[in-house]
Every structure is written in C-alpha cells, then in structure tokens.
Design a protein around this ligand. Structure first.
Ligand SMILES: *[C@@H]1O[C@H](CO)[C@@H](O)[C@H](O)[C@H]1NC(C)=O
Ligand SMILES: *[C@@H]1O[C@H](CO)[C@@H](O)[C@H](O)[C@H]1NC(C)=O
Ligand SMILES: *[C@@H]1O[C@H](CO)[C@@H](O)[C@H](O)[C@H]1NC(C)=O
Length: 374
C-alpha cells in the first residue's frame, strides 16, 4: 500500500490507495505452479510407455504456465491458488489469463465463450472482473500477473469486416477498459494481449494496433495503467531467429522484431512498453503453410523455458501462457465449435475440443522440444 501513510494523514478516497504493480513482477519471486497443469502432465506421463520420453515429459510439470479463467466458474479456483501461494510464503507470482469477453473469439469459431452481448454478457463480464478483483484484494502479499483477453483487441484491429467483430467492437473496448480500471491494485501486473508478429506486426496493422491499446487504456480513466503487452499467446512464432517463409514479406517476422517496432509507437501514445512473450510451443519454425495458421500446428515443439533473462530490456519475461498439451480446437467438422483452421493440412488431426488434453500432440511437443528436454 504505497499511499497508506499519506492516507492516514488525509482523508483520501479508496481509488488513491490503488496503484498498479511496478517493476518486473518476476524479479526476486518464485512462480507458482498451477496444480491443474501439474496433474494433467502427471497423467500424461503415466500414459507414455517409452521411458526416455516419459522422463522428458515429467520435467514439464515444473514449468510454470498460466491459469485460464475461460469461464466465470474458474474465478474461485484463482482464489484457491492465491491462498495456496500466500500460504507457501516468500514472494510468489501467480499467473492467470482473463478470457471471458461476451461474443468471445469473434473472428473464429473454436473458442467461443459462455457470454453473449445479446444476452446481458457485458454485465456478467463486469461481475466476473469484480470477482477477480476481490480475489487479488484478499491476497495482497501475492503478486498476480494477468494476460488480458487473448485475441480480443487484435481482432478489432484487423477483423472488423467480420460482422460478429464489428458488432462486438465497442463492447470489447469498454470491457477491457473496465478490467484495467478495476485491477489497479499494487499486487497486480496487467499485460494486454497484442496478437503476434505475423498478425499485428505487419506494417499496415502495427500503428492502428498501438492506437487501439492507447485508446483502451485512456478509457480506463486518469491514472489507470498496465505493465504492457503480451505477444504470441497460444501461437508458434520464434522470439528471434531465421525468417519463417510463412511470414514473408513481413519485416517484423519474429516476436522481437515486432516488439522493437511496436515499443516506440506505444511510447508516442503514452502506453507502457514492457512485454512478455509466450514461447511454450515455439521450438520449431517453418512448419506452417500460412502465417495465420494457429491450430495444433503439426510438427511443433516446446520452446524456450520461462526466464527473465530475455536479452532485451523491453521484455520482462519469456512465459508459457498456453499450457502445452491442451488443444487449440477440434478437428471434428460437424462439432459446433469447428474452425476450418483445425482441419487444414498443417493442423494435427484428429484433435479434441479447445482446452482439452491432446495426448499425442503433447508427446510430439516433448519430442521436438527446442531446447531439448533432458
Ligand atoms: C482476421 O484477420 C486476419 C489478419 O488480417 C486474417 O488473416 C483473417 O483471415 C481474418 N479472419 C476472418 C475470419 O476474416
Ligand atoms: C463430431 O461431432 C458431432 C456433433 O457434435 C458428434 O455427434 C460426433 O460424435 C463427433 N465425432 C467424433 C468422432 O467425435
Ligand atoms: C491415460 O490412461 C488412462 C488409464 O489407462 C486412461 O483412462 C486415459 O484415457 C488415458 N488418457 C489419455 C489422455 O490418453
């Protein structure tokens, strides 16, 4: 509570007590392992008969991933994890994803959510955010890092020609602003999702993207802030490396080039320019036929492990946001949430519904890990 002493002297409004977390949240802290993922990996290891592969797979349970609150019913579980982290002592970081916008995934099918705009979803979303805020306030000694709404704002930069996105645009912006305004506690670090290099990194998209993030932050009100942006969430791009032919001729063909190009545009718009980058499944490059392909990409391997040793001051940490082994979407063409990307030649098939465990895919991710698992 940075302003506690001041507040003891003057009658300040509660809003003044709030001040978003500052500095790199992972510095001097231990990252909490999400028990759900540890259990998924342990069950998966139990099903691997090759002993070398099983031993490699077992090391993955020690890698911190993010906890996805993709339905409001998962918010109490966040509360349990925060309480467990608090009880564990020391300085703990709990990592979670805020992912429940009404009319979610407006340009695709595979990750449609529980709330719709037509059915009061905006008010339900505000309740969801309020409940998240209550959980972080109940555990003030735990650092909480949130990735905010994967794909949400990025869809508004490039996909307004999709009717569902055009219809959702003002609601998405207002609700992300709402989430920012309610999550200004000094134990919270927010990273808004910023798509990835092969999406918003293109020259035609990068400036409108920076303006979009700034507009949404302004909508959160004077004094509200975020730590920065998250890139490559659930995607497959390298942080840095040789150009993937699928990205050609994008000058910002990897995440670091994208971040280096985006940061000055953010600064011009008074938006904080720190980043985190998902590398959970980015170990192998050059495996996609088109840069927009995102579904259970065939031949992918686990990528860089989470570290704050990123080689770039703009990047707070390499992270694993998407839990490797959980499916991106079903390949069942008659399922309601089927998206054509999950039936393409560079998508692994047959694949189960988004978010559910995909054992054979997990095994190839482990086999093809780069750096290799020992
Ligand atoms: C959304 O935008 C991306 C990037 O421009 C594009 O590749 C994709 O086809 C669009 N999706 C739809 C459904 O129009
Ligand atoms: C595919 O989805 C349909 C519709 O939900 C379902 O009836 C069918 O059993 C599914 N097929 C497979 C192989 O899971
Ligand atoms: C793992 O093995 C158990 C027991 O044999 C089985 O019930 C379960 O379906 C298997 N899970 C996967 C993901 O293969």
């Amino acid at each position: 509570m940075k302003f506690a002493a001041l507040c003891a002297l003057i009658a300040c409004v509660p809003a003044l007590v709030r001040a978003a977390g500052t500095g790199n949240p992972w510095t001097g802290a231990t990252t909490f392992l999400i028990p759900e993922y540890v259990q998924e990996v342990q069950a998966a290891v139990g099903n691997i008969t090759d002993s070398t592969l099983a031993a490699q797979a077992a090391t993955v349970e020690q890698v911190p991933v993010f906890f996805w609150m993709d339905v409001a019913a998962k918010v109490p579980t966040l509360g349990q994890y925060l309480a467990a982290a608090s009880a564990a002592g020391g300085t703990q970081v709990v990592q979670a994803v805020i992912y429940d916008l009404p009319d979610r995934d407006c340009a695709a099918e595979s990750s449609a959510g529980e709330f719709t705009i037509a059915d009061g979803g905006a008010a339900l979303y505000e309740q969801y955010i309020d409940n998240i805020a209550a959980q972080v306030e109940a555990n003030p000694n735990v650092r909480v890092v949130f990735v905010v709404e994967p794909d949400g704002l990025a869809n508004l930069v490039t996909n307004l020609s999709v009717a569902k996105c055009a219809n959702a645009a003002s609601t998405y912006k207002e609700l992300v602003s709402y989430a920012i305004s309610k999550l200004q506690q000094d134990n919270v670090w927010l990273y808004l999702d910023a798509g990835h290099s092969g999406w918003l990194g293109w020259p035609a998209n990068i400036t409108p993207a920076a303006q979009m993030f700034a507009e949404v932050l302004q909508g959160a009100g004077t004094g509200a802030t975020v730590r920065g942006l998250a890139t490559d969430v659930s995607n497959y791009n390298l942080l840095r490396g040789a150009e993937d032919p699928a990205q050609s001729p994008n000058p910002n063909y990897d995440e670091e080039l994208y971040i280096n190009a985006l940061a000055p545009l953010l600064q011009q718009n008074n938006f904080p320019s720190q980043f985190i980058v998902d590398q959970g499944r980015s170990g192998v490059s050059g495996i996609r036929t088109a840069e927009g392909d995102w579904c259970n990409v065939l031949g992918a391997g686990l990528g860089m492990r989470p570290t704050t040793d990123t080689g770039n001051d703009l990047i707070d940490s390499i992270v694993w946001v998407k839990p490797p082994g959980e499916s991106d979407g079903t390949s069942n063409q008659t399922a309601p949430r089927y998206d054509t990307h999950c039936g393409q030649s560079d998508a692994t098939q047959p694949a189960p519904e988004a978010g559910t465990w995909f054992q054979s895919y997990f095994e190839t991710l482990v086999q093809k890990a780069n750096p290799a698992l020992s």
